[in-house]
Design a protein around this ligand. Structure first.
Ligand SMILES: Nc1ncnc2c1ncn2[C@@H]1O[C@H](COP(=O)(O)OP(=O)(O)OP(=O)(O)O)[C@@H](O)[C@H]1O
Length: 235
């Protein structure tokens, strides 16, 4: 499984500057990867382009063993004329029923499934929206701030659960949480600030998974500090 971008350039017709310039990188293998960088640098634009929702101005995007790419973002809304349980039941293939139950449980949504979307908190809305996508067919899921408004403890639990349940899928996680991205992601594409557009750096994260956190706490802290510093220096 591989996603490769070669000399990607993206600009909006209304603007006279590029949002993305000469971006080349490759992400290999299934797992949790990330796109990280300052606000307004172009992460959403990049995510929409690799998901096929927007065409690049130039450059190439190549995939190997990735046929279906889905993009989900935190402000997405789902229809409000039925309860979220009815909606999720309706869009879920019966073969994924056990997965659905696990996701509802692990995402702490069990108690609110009888409510309508508009009656949920923002964090609950984001969680049910993510569940909806995880129940679809995909090889690569781009999660654009999908866990915004969810507390840190539950976010960690959700990320570890997704990594455990979908070991063969690739994820690109967009988040502003430096420690979270450093701790849980493998390949981290760091965008420098908007005034330095041609600078993109790939940083290796700790890639925590359930059951493989067996290093002493002091070593983990040192590794995490090093990764976070590397990302900050790449800004
Ligand atoms: N439809 C559009 N038309 C013109 N310019 C746009 C459009 N969408 C985004 N931009 C511009 O592209 C730049 C990058 O925006 P983008 O949303 O990709 O950044 P981002 O890194 O995802 O930001 P954030 O972290 O704040 O969500 C911004 O300067 C923004 O104003």
């Amino acid at each position: 499984m591989e996603l490769t971008c070669k000399n990607l350039q993206i600009y909006y017709p209304q603007s006279n500057t590029s949002v993305i310039e000469n971006l080349s990188f490759s992400m290999k293998n299934p797992g949790f990867n990330a796109a990280f960088g300052p606000s307004g640098v172009g992460k959403t634009t990049f995510a929409r382009v690799i998901s096929g929702l927007q065409a690049p101005s130039s450059g190439e995007i190549e995939t190997r063993n990735i046929d279906r790419i889905l993009y989900t973002y935190n402000l997405e809304r789902i229809p409000g004329w039925s309860t979220i349980k009815m909606h999720i039941d309706r869009v879920t293939d019966s073969i994924r029923e056990p997965l659905k139950q696990i996701l509802i449980e692990k995402f702490a949504m069990k108690e609110v499934m009888h409510l309508r979307f508009s009656q949920l908190s923002m964090g609950q809305q984001n969680r049910i929206n993510l569940i909806r996508y995880l129940l679809q067919d995909f090889d690569l899921l781009v999660m654009d701030e999908s866990l915004a408004n969810v507390d840190e403890k539950l976010r960690s639990e959700i990320i570890l659960t997704v990594k455990e349940l979908f070991p063969d899928k690739m994820f690109i996680y967009i988040s502003h949480h430096l420690m979270e991205v450093s701790r849980f992601c493998n390949e981290i594409l760091v965008f420098a600030n908007p005034s330095d557009r041609q600078r993109y750096t790939m940083v290796k994260g700790l890639d925590y998974k359930k059951g493989n956190i067996n290093k002493p706490e002091t070593t983990i802290k040192q590794l995490l500090d090093t990764t976070m510093l590397e990302i900050m220096n790449a800004f």
